[in-house]
Design a protein around this ligand. Structure first.
Ligand SMILES: N[C@@H](CCC(=O)NCCCC(=O)O)C(=O)O
Length: 249
């Protein structure tokens, strides 16, 4: 029986540092996306073992057995484009970052570990020790004047080496025109990007800050900033509603 589900890590991070109420959007297509968007203060795109369909970025077919989720693709791509159009804050994590890149016209490498000179960014899902799967796997270099650097002002960190976890086989091949790279792995894999010209918070990361925000101040700050952006967006909506009510009187 197919299910629409999300890891409890995402529920906890919304209720925790984001300070919001999590609403799960079912992977039920563009019609649902259109109905849900006006009701959202922020859009967080979660990770998943499934992969964005290659025909969405003119890529080659996946290797046999590569998990896909076309129902999710048909929901998240319209959600992303609609959220950016409405200046709804967007925080895209792992598969979410890949969807953001594809939605804006970019493409993906399907198995980074098979590319010359590249690392293996995946973490075997059969490993019993959670820390091995969700612990820090490599460092990323961060743009010293970008959005990540602005979020992390005042915290103890170095743009040369920010440790992150790594649970992905795929990654950015061609960066979308509206995306600006914010972080890179040692092998050059783009690990984060912001949407140029976005009216609000619009960031994607290839790693999983939802796994370690309780002990990692940099991870926690990203969610806090996203929550602040969502509340700003909500208050603008409330102001518009009030203005419309007053105008109608
Ligand atoms: N399938 C894509 C995206 C990877 C991703 O979102 N991983 C999260 C997995 C969650 C978990 O296993 O704990 C890729 O492989 O690049």
């Amino acid at each position: 029986m197919p299910n629409h589900a999300v890891s409890d890590h995402y529920i906890k991070v919304v209720l925790g540092p984001i300070g919001g109420i999590p609403i799960l959007v079912p992977a039920a297509g563009s019609a649902v996306a259109a109905e849900v968007l006006p009701r959202l203060d922020g859009l967080m795109l979660t990770g998943s073992r499934s992969n964005v369909a290659p025909d969405l970025y003119a890529g080659p077919p996946h290797l046999e057995g590569t998990p896909e989720d076309p129902a999710r693709d048909s929901t998240t791509i319209p959600l992303i484009l609609g959220a950016l159009e409405r200046a709804i804050p967007v925080f895209a994590i792992c598969r979410g970052f890949q969807e953001l890149n594809v939605a804006l016209g970019g493409s993906l490498n399907q198995r980074i570990q098979d590319l010359p000179g590249r690392m293996d960014h995946s973490t075997p899902t059969d490993q019993a020790l959670p820390k091995v799967r969700t612990g820090k796997a490599h460092a990323v270099r961060v743009a010293p004047d970008g959005m990540l650097a602005r979020q992390w002002q005042g915290l103890d960190w170095s743009p040369q080496a920010v440790p992150v976890n790594s649970l992905h086989n795929q990654g950015v091949a061609q960066l979308a025109p509206r995306l600006v790279a914010e972080a890179w792995a040692p092998d050059g894999t783009i690990e984060a990007g912001r949407v140029e010209g976005a009216a609000g918070f619009a960031l994607g990361v290839q790693w999983h800050p939802e796994y370690d925000w309780a002990e990692d101040a940099l991870s926690r700050r990203l969610f806090e900033s996203f929550g602040e952006a969502a509340r700003r967006h909500a208050s603008k909506g409330a102001d518009l509603d009030l203005a419309a009510t007053l105008a109608a009187e």
